[in-house]
Design a protein around this ligand. Structure first.
Ligand SMILES: Nc1ncnc2c1ncn2[C@@H]1O[C@H](COP(=O)(O)OP(=O)(O)OP(=O)(O)O)[C@@H](O)[C@H]1O
Ligand SMILES: [Mg+2]
Length: 240
C-alpha cells in the first residue's frame, strides 16, 4: 500500500477495513507493525502507492493533505505546546470565546490548576487565558490533558489517537479515557492503545502484524476465543 522510500518493501499491505460513522475502533499490534503508519496514511502524511482511503465516499487522495488534517481531530503521544499564551495554544486560530475555552479546560480538570498557577484570588478568566506559558509550565500529563481540551474544542466527527496515554500515569490515563468517552461519544474514533484494557468497550479491534491486518473483531468476542491473537496478547499483558 505504501512505502517510506522508493524501491523499498511496502510497509503496509493488505490493510482493508471499513467503519460506520460513530464506531470506536482500536488498532493494536507489536512495535513496528504499522499502527502509526496506518493513521499517518489516513492523515495523508505519507506516500501512498496503491489502494484508497475514503471518508463519506470522498477519496482522501483528491483533497489537499492540509484539508484532511483540518477535518480530523488528532491526539498523539507528544503533547505539543509552544511558548505563547494559554489562549493561543488552545485556540490558535482565535475561533472560540473565553467561556468555551474555560469550559473545555474544566472538562479535563485543568482549569483550577491553571487558575492556581496564574495566582491571585479568583483570577479573571481573560487574565488566565492571556498568561504566557513555556515548556515547563505544565507536566507531561497536564500537557496531554491540555491537548485533549484543544481536541474537544475542534469541530469534526473523526478522532484519531496514537497512544495518547503512553507516557502518562495510570490516574491521568483513566481520566483521559473518561473524557474521550464522554466528549467524543458520537464521533468515529480510531485509537492506537498501548493498554489493551482501554479498548474493551470499543466496537472493533484491528490487529496488525508486519504491515498486514491479521485479525479483526469485537473485543469481548475475541477475548472469548482462545485462538485469538488479541486474547493471547491481552491475557499475556494482564498475566491472567
Ligand atoms: N519515517 C520512516 N521512514 C522509514 N521507515 C519508517 C518510518 N516510520 C516508520 N517506519 C517503518 O515502518 C514500519 C511500521 O512503523 P510504525 O511506526 O507504523 O509502527 P507502529 O506499529 O506504530 O510501532 P510502535 O508501536 O513502535 O509505535 C516499521 O518497520 C518502521 O521501521
Ligand atoms: Mg506507532
Amino acid at each position: 500500500m505504501f512505502d517510506y522510500e522508493d524501491n523499498r518493501p511496502l510497509i503496509l499491505k493488505n490493510v482493508s477495513f471499513s467503519l460506520r460513522g460513530g464506531q470506536k475502533v482500536g488498532i493494536i499490534g507489536r512495535t513496528g507493525s504499522g499502527k502509526s503508519s496506518t493513521v499517518q496514511a489516513i492523515l495523508q502524511m505519507i506516500n501512498i502507492k496503491g489502494g484508497r482511503i475514503l471518508i463519506d465516499n470522498v477519496d482522501l487522495a483528491t483533497l489537499a493533505g492540509s484539508v484532511v488534517r483540518e477535518q480530523i481531530i488528532t491526539l498523539t503521544q507528544d503533547p505539543f505546546l509552544f511558548p505563547s499564551s494559554i489562549r493561543s495554544n488552545i485556540d490558535p486560530l482565535g475561533t472560540y470565546n473565553d467561556e468555551d475555552i474555560s469550559v473545555a479546560l474544566e472538562k479535563v480538570k485543568l482549569w483550577d490548576i491553571l487558575c492556581n498557577k496564574v495566582g491571585g484570588n479568583n483570577p479573571d478568566t481573560k487574565d488566565v487565558l492571556d498568561t504566557c506559558i513555556d515548556a515547563g509550565f505544565l507536566s507531561h500529563g497536564q500537557r496531554q490533558l491540555f491537548c485533549l481540551a484543544r481536541a474537544i474544542l475542534k469541530p469534526g466527527k473523526v478522532l484519531i489517537l496514537d497512544e495518547p496515554t503512553s507516557s502518562v500515569d495510570a490516574k491521568t490515563d483513566a481520566q483521559m479515557q473518561g473524557v474521550i468517552r464522554n466528549e467524543f461519544g458520537g464521533h468515529t474514533i480510531i485509537m492506537i492503545a498501548h493498554r489493551l484494557s482501554s479498548l474493551l468497550d470499543f466496537d472493533h479491534i484491528l490487529m496488525l502484524d508486519q504491515g498486514s491486518l491479521v485479525e479483526t473483531g469485537h473485543p469481548t468476542e475475541l477475548l472469548d476465543d482462545p485462538s485469538s491473537r488479541f486474547a493471547k496478547m491481552y491475557y499475556g499483558s494482564t498475566g491472567k
